[in-house]
Design a binder for this molecule. Structure first.
Ligand code: ATP
Ligand code: MG
Length: 276
């Protein structure tokens, strides 16, 4: 589905994903979804719990559990025209490190508790940007300053548990942008934070998106969160795209479903006030 004429960085076409059940049946999670993330834009993927948002994100990076998930072979995930579903494991590792980065809800589950945050970001830079340790350490300080952490030298030496939840999420964002990805996927990055910190992290993501000209796929179950920040809003429900709207051009499309004429339960304006 295209909501505007902006060129697409990422095109998901007809993505169908299921999970094998104990009896051998396939339980559908994504039912042929299509969505576009244009270059230099923020797209919000919004939907209630269980609607398939994280499965979409994990499919893009192919992080779904190999034995449990089934991706229909007619599905396409095109990054600048390359179908990621056909790439080799080695090429996908490069995509994950460089082209597409991801920030999750719980920074502590992604950070290693036994290394300082500076060393963890430096490691990413040495691995994916081939920097020397000395150059990587310098770059870490610039990145920590860029994500708004005061006293970058001190913060670089800190271990994850010595930082607040908001600071940990800033570290994760620094790590994600370290290799200058074209696309940043943020899966509920603010859900675990209190409201004031949520707003600050959202503002940071918006600032970084503009400054770096990257695209952001922002995933949330809370439509109220994305109103100010997203260029395009895509609403998911039960593994289908139910509504897609570009805020920039006021284009608005409701998606047909296999059951012919399905009426959208929530307009975006109503959805912003909550799901009910
Ligand atoms: N590893 C898995 N094995 C089996 N089923 C799964 C697995 N991961 C997700 N599912 C199922 O896929 C569907 C979509 O899940 P998903 O995690 O994408 O929801 P979500 O929209 O991200 O929800 P939330 O807002 O709660 O994070 C759900 O029915 C879920 O139970
Ligand atoms: Mg999720």
């Amino acid at each position: 589905m295209t909501t505007t004429s902006a060129p697409s960085l990422l095109s998901i076409r007809n993505l169908t994903v299921g999970f094998w059940q104990e009896g051998g049946q396939l339980s559908p999670a994504l039912k042929g979804i299509s969505l576009e993330v244009p270059a230099n834009r923020t797209v919000a993927l919004v939907g209630e719990s269980g609607s398939g948002k994280s499965v979409t994100a994990m499919s893009i990076l192919q992080l779904l559990p190999a034995g449990a998930a089934y991706i229909d072979p007619h599905s396409e995930i095109l990054l600048e025209g390359r179908n990621l579903l056909r790439e080799s494991a080695a090429s996908l590792r490069r995509v994950r490190g460089k082209d597409i980065a991801m920030v999750f809800q719980e920074p502590m589950s992604s950070l290693n508790p036994v290394f300082s945050v500076g060393d963890q970001i430096a490691e990413t830079l040495m691995l994916h940007a081939s920097l020397t340790r000395r150059a990587a350490r310098q770059r870490v300080l610039a990145l920590l300053a860029e994500v708004g952490l005061p006293e970058p030298e001190k913060k670089a030496r800190a271990y994850p548990h010595q930082l607040s939840g908001g600071q940990q999420q800033r570290v994760m964002i620094a790590m994600a942008i370290a290799c200058e990805p074209k696309l940043l996927i943020a899966d509920e990055p603010t859900t675990a934070l209190d409201v004031t910190i949520q707003q600050q992290i959202l503002q940071l993501l918006a600032d970084l998106q503009k400054k770096r000209g990257m695209s952001v796929l922002f995933i949330t179950h809370d439509p109220g969160v994305v109103g100010e920040f997203a260029d395009d809003v895509v609403v998911m429900r039960h593994g289908e795209i139910r509504e897609a709207r570009s805020r920039r051009f006021s284009a608005h499309r409701r998606m047909p479903t296999p059951r012919r004429c399905w009426r959208v339960g929530h307009h975006w304006s109503a959805a912003r006030r909550g799901w009910r």
